[in-house]
Design a protein around this ligand. Structure first.
Ligand code: GLY
Length: 341
C-alpha cells in the first residue's frame, strides 16, 4: 500500500494507491465507522463488508438526491453515529458524493473517507472535495466542498465493472489528456479499453497518473476561481445533455468535448478535432449528437458556472493545453446550431 499525503488549503487527504480493501481496518475503527455503498457493489463483494456497519443504497444517479441524504441521516441516527464516527463511501461517484455531502452536514460535519470502485471514481469523482446532490434537472445543485480524510484504491472492485462504466471512466481520462497531458493522449491513441483491462500494471499507472492530474489542479485552486475550471472541459454542454437525454455521464461529456473542440477550432485555430473524435470512438464513446438547443439552453441559463450572461467555456489551444474563454449564451447557441445538423 503506497501512502501519499496530499495537502489542500485547509486539510489533507491520505491517498493509499494500489491498496487492498482489507487494509481499511487500519484507517478506521470498524465499531465506529459506517460504510455507505450501493446494492450492486454490496451484492458483488458481500464478503468484504463483513463486520462493518453498512448502509446500502439503491444504485444510480436518480438516487443522488436530498431524499437519499435524508434517509442516510435517519439510518445514522438509528446506528447512534456521533461526532467521532467516520463515514466511508464505497462505490462510484453517486455513493462518494452522497457520503461526502452527508458527512459535511451530519452533526455539522464528521470525518469521512472513500473507496472508489469505478474507473471514473478512481480517476475523478472521489477526488476534489465537491460533494452534493442533484435537484430536479440541475446536477450537483446543492452540496459542500470538503476533502475526505483518506482515499483507498483497491482495483479488484473493477472486476465487476460493466463495459459502459469503463467507458465513463475513459471519457474523464481523455478529458485529462486533452487539458493537461499530450503524452497521455498519445498513449491513449495507441490503446483501447480491452488493452487496459488486460494489462493491470498499465492500468494502475494510468489510474495514478490521472488521479495526480486531478489532485494537482484541485491543490492549485480548490474553490474553483481559475485553474480548476479547466476540469469542466466538455461538462457545460455535457451536463445539460445528460439531464435531458438518455446518456451516460461519459457519453454526454464526450459530446460536450467534441463541440468544445469545434468551437476551439473556430476561435483558437485548434487543429485536432479529428484526433479527439477518433480517440473517443476508439473507447466506445460518441462524438456528435442531434439535440434540441431550446431544451439545452433552458438548462444552461441556470448553469452554476455562469456569471451574469457569460459562461467561462473551456477550450483547447492544442491537445494538452486548455484555456478559459468567456462566451455569451447567445454566441454559444449560434456555434451549437451551426454544428448541429
Ligand atoms: N467530487 C469531485 C470533485 O470534487 O471534483
Amino acid at each position: 500500500m503506497i501512502k501519499q499525503t496530499i495537502k489542500f488549503s485547509s486539510s489533507s487527504t491520505n491517498f493509499y494507491f494500489e491498496a487492498k480493501f482489507s487494509q481499511l481496518k487500519q484507517l478506521a475503527d470498524q465499531k465506529n465507522a459506517v460504510i455507505i455503498t450501493d446494492e450492486n457493489i454490496f451484492q458483488a463483494h458481500q464478503s468484504k463488508f463483513k463486520n462493518w456497519n453498512t448502509i446500502v443504497l439503491k444504485p444510480g444517479e436518480a438516487f443522488k438526491v436530498q431524499q437519499t441524504a435524508d434517509s442516510i441521516i435517519d439510518q445514522l441516527i438509528e446506528l447512534q453515529a456521533d461526532r467521532t464516527t467516520t463515514l466511508i463511501g464505497v462505490g462510484g461517484g453517486v455513493v462518494t458524493d452522497l457520503t461526502g455531502y452527508v458527512a459535511s452536514v451530519y452533526m455539522r460535519g464528521i470525518s469521512f473517507g472513500f473507496v472508489p470502485t469505478t474507473l471514473l471514481g478512481l480517476v475523478d469523482a472521489s477526488i476534489g472535495g465537491k460533494n452534493g446532490v442533484d435537484v430536479g434537472i440541475y446536477k450537483n445543485m446543492v452540496g459542500a466542498i470538503r476533502q475526505p480524510n483518506f482515499i483507498l484504491h483497491d482495483h479488484s472492485f473493477l472486476s465487476s465493472l460493466p463495459l459502459a462504466e469503463w467507458q465513463n471512466g475513459f471519457a474523464e481520462i481523455i478529458k485529462h489528456a486533452c487539458i493537461k497531458d499530450a503524452a497521455m493522449f498519445r498513449e491513449l491513441e495507441k490503446g483501447s479499453v480491452e488493452l487496459y483491462q488486460k494489462k493491470k500494471s498499465l492500468l494502475a499507472r494510468l489510474i495514478k497518473r490521472n488521479a495526480v492530474i486531478k489532485i494537482k489542479v484541485v491543490q492549485k485552486d480548490e474553490y474553483e476561481t481559475g485553474e480548476r475550471k479547466l476540469l469542466n472541459f466538455g461538462h457545460t454542454l455535457g451536463h445539460a445533455l445528460e439531464t435531458q437525454y438518455e446518456l451516460s455521464h461519459g457519453q454526454a461529456i464526450s459530446i460536450g468535448m467534441t463541440y468544445a473542440a469545434e468551437i476551439s477550432n473556430q476561435l483558437l485555430n485548434f487543429r485536432d478535432v479529428d484526433r479527439l473524435t477518433s480517440v473517443l470512438h476508439q473507447y466506445g464513446l460518441p462524438a456528435y449528437a442531434s439535440f434540441s438547443s431550446k431544451k439545452i439552453f433552458n438548462i444552461l441559463k441556470m448553469d452554476k458556472k455562469k456569471e451574469r450572461k457569460i459562461l467561462h467555456y473551456i477550450l483547447l489551444d492544442k491537445i494538452g493545453k486548455a484555456t478559459i474563454h468567456p462566451l455569451s449564451l447567445t454566441e454559444l447557441e449560434q456555434f451549437i446550431n451551426s454544428f448541429n445538423h
